[in-house]
Write a protein of this length. Structure first.
Length: 668
């Protein structure tokens, strides 16, 4: 209700302003009445301009607001409304300029930051949009008790923010806004599980809190829990179907669960609305590559480069197709970008890898290795990897998993025989093995599923009270718990299985760490060990920039130790579970494909089908860096590729120790 005296000009302005949100046409009529009485009143003109803008008459709104903004250049709300009018007219540069003026005049004008972020996103200024959205989150905090924490988060001081927020929550434990900010601090501090719990509690207390819901959906996606994120994204889109961030995240999650057709459609519709956004072109390129539309993927990556010449990921994605060498123009562009002093480390490392691939294709191993090393050094700075921890995990596994340990738990686990696990090191032929198996009428290829690792992480989580580390914690689980974990894996992976075939491949390489867990919870699953010469797989992994995971692969000594631990652990399982693991040596598969395919199918209990030898004709989506290679017949060119780089591989050889000679294991 108006607070001014009834019938006064102030009361009329209050009422007209209040109507803007619910009935802009009525607000406009009230504003015209005000202006008829007082033609020069700036408040009436601002309300009229806003009403016209809200009704979609952007030209009329501009005609009202532009002279008002000139007359009152320090009025932030007027600048904000004029910026929205320019945006509505499609004049992005003018809209961005005026919105920047608005937030400069009033930095706590949250809606102006949001509008500026939207306009920068539309213009393809990814960094600018992210900065504006971050400022919007900060400005949207109105509670003076939370502003200090919001300022700390804005300055990337999550430690201070957490301290302030926990002190505040001690006094006001039911403050949902404080819990949401604390979740953001936990994400910055790398405590994603805690953040997830906080955001879930926020939504339980306030289901309409869309900011928390979007944070939770993003967090779930980055934890590779796309199936859990999808309901949250769809709930957001039900209220705001045109929001580009919601649509982009939906497409990414659909891709993660294997629904590439709908994901590509969403990206294409987004690009119809935001044709200048380079990262949407990049995402579209990734999706097109996965489904085998190579030429369309190349076109998408090139469009991305045209829009954002410094976006290193686009150059690397183009190089990572591994089917064509870089053109002279692309190579010159990469060198030009690397010469920039303002390039981000992320863009720089991608460019180093892409330029390394170009030099490798040209037969310049010294230059190529230098570029790969430069990229790896930059990547390693952002990763935490401790080779001693990997060795300790291996030794705990060897100590725990004895024949007696498995014998006493022989009746536990899910009875399902559906999974076929392909484990090993990356770049050792696992994608080829999956493609061969997925060309069988009874087997579905999925992807590198995170679910076994997530189950293991769930067992580690309760260690605060002094519980045993992983895998020792498995000793405390009874048969019912082990069976429940197996059934949970089968249920969690159901979203990835589209065809209804009785068997499916999970080719997460690092699952070799969890063979003991797999044996306990899924004793009837098949396990395939994809193995390659350690210098071949080691160099191939070193020269590859992975989108996520494989933190050991950016240092040759770490790579050697990792491979050595892997060989020792697999030898242990060969001894305590004889015949349980089927080993495929990549070199043997290349040299005598038919024999190795027959062995593989026989060990999996599958009848021979000719399609398994013509795996390259399989048009299924392939979501790894080897996607283009497995769409061609087997070729020998890559087998000895590492030999050209042998002068620089001494750290790898030294770290491998006895594994350099005994790497074939029981297939020697």
């Amino acid at each position: 209700m108006p607070s001014a005296p009834p019938g006064s000009l102030a009361a009329a302005i209050e009422l007209a302003s209040a109507l803007l949100a619910t009935d802009p046409a009525q607000a406009g009529r009230r504003a015209r009445d005000i202006l008829q009485a007082t033609p020069d009143d700036p408040r009436g003109r601002l309300i009229l301009g806003s009403a016209l803008r809200r009704q979609g008459d952007f030209a009329a709104a501009r005609a009202v607001l532009e002279p008002l903004a000139r007359a009152y250049p320090n009025a932030a709300l007027t600048q904000y409304e004029l910026g929205l009018a320019f945006s509505g007219l499609g004049d992005a540069p003018a809209g961005i300029d005026v919105l920047r003026r608005a937030v400069g005049l009033k930095p706590d004008l949250a809606e102006a930051w949001k509008a500026l972020g939207d306009e920068l996103f539309r213009a393809g200024d990814v960094a600018g949009a992210e900065a504006a959205f971050k400022a919007h989150v900060r400005a949207a905090v109105r509670d003076p008790h939370l502003m200090g924490a919001a300022d700390a988060l804005f300055a990337d001081d999550a430690v201070l923010a957490e301290r302030l927020l926990r002190a505040h929550l001690d006094r006001r434990p039911d403050d949902v806004a404080a819990r949401q900010l604390l979740a953001q601090a936990c994400v910055q501090l790398g405590r994603r599980d805690e953040a997830q719990g906080l955001l879930a509690a926020c939504l339980q207390a306030d289901p309409g809190r869309d900011g928390a819901r979007f944070q939770l959906a993003e967090l779930l996606f980055h934890q590779q829990k796309a199936a859990e994120a999808l309901p949250h994204i769809r709930a957001l889109l039900a209220r705001e179907p045109d929001d580009p961030a919601f649509r982009n995240l939906l497409a990414a999650c659909l891709g993660m669960v294997g629904d590439y057709g709908p994901a590509i459609e969403i990206y294409e519709r987004l690009l119809a609305d935001y044709p200048k956004h380079p990262r949407i072109w990049l995402n579209l390129g990734h999706a097109l590559r996965t489904v085998g539309r190579r030429d369309d993927a190349v076109a998408a990556y090139r469009q991305c480069i045209a829009l954002a010449p410094g976006l290193g990921d686009a150059y690397w994605s183009l190089a990572n197709l591994k089917t064509a060498s870089a053109t002279a123009g692309i190579e010159a562009a990469m060198r030009s970008q690397l010469a920039r002093s303002d390039l981000t480390d992320d863009d720089r490392l991608h460019l180093h890898y892409a330029l390394g691939k170009a030099l490798e294709d040209r037969g310049e191993p010294a230059g190529a290795f230098g570029q790969y090393s430069a990229g790896a050094e930059l990547r390693r700075k952002d990763l935490r990897y401790d080779a001693d921890e990997t060795t300790a995990l291996m030794r705990r596994s060897v100590a725990l998993f004895t024949p007696a340990f498995f014998e006493t738990r022989a009746d536990a686990g899910s009875p399902s025989d559906a999974p076929i696990f392909v484990v090993g090191l990356p770049r050792s032929g696992s994608t080829l093995i999956e493609q061969i198996l997925a060309s069988h009428s009874l087997v579905e290829g999925t992807m590198e599923l995170p679910d076994i690792a997530l189950i293991a992480q769930g067992l580690i989580r309760p260690r605060a009270g002094g519980a045993a580390p992983y895998p020792d914690v498995l000793a405390g689980l009874d048969a019912g718990q082990l069976s429940a974990l197996g059934e949970a894996y089968i249920e969690r992976t159901r979203v990835q299985r589209k065809s209804g075939r009785p068997f499916f491949v999970d080719k997460m390489p690092n699952n070799f760490h969890h063979i003991g867990l797999i044996q306990l919870i899924l004793p009837n699953a098949r396990i395939i060990d994809a193995r390659r010469h350690p210098l071949g797989s080691g160099f191939s992994a070193f020269r590859q920039h992975f989108a996520h995971g494989h933190a050991f692969s950016y240092d040759l000594a770490d790579l050697g130790r990792y491979y050595r631990d892997y060989v020792e652990l697999m030898a242990h399982f060969d001894a305590v579970l004889p015949g349980r693991i089927h080993r495929v040596i990549y070199e043997d598969l290349v040299e005598d494909t038919e024999r190795e395919v027959l062995r593989l199918l026989d060990d999996c209990g599958l009848p021979f089908e000719p399609g398994c030898l013509k795996f390259y004709e399989n048009a299924r989506a392939v979501r790894t860096v080897s996607s283009e290679q497995v769409r061609r017949p087997i070729f020998r060119e890559g087998l000895e590729q590492w030999r050209a780089y042998e002068p620089w591989l001494d750290p790898l050889k030294t770290a491998l120790g006895p594994a350099l000679e005994g790497w074939r294991g029981n297939r020697a």
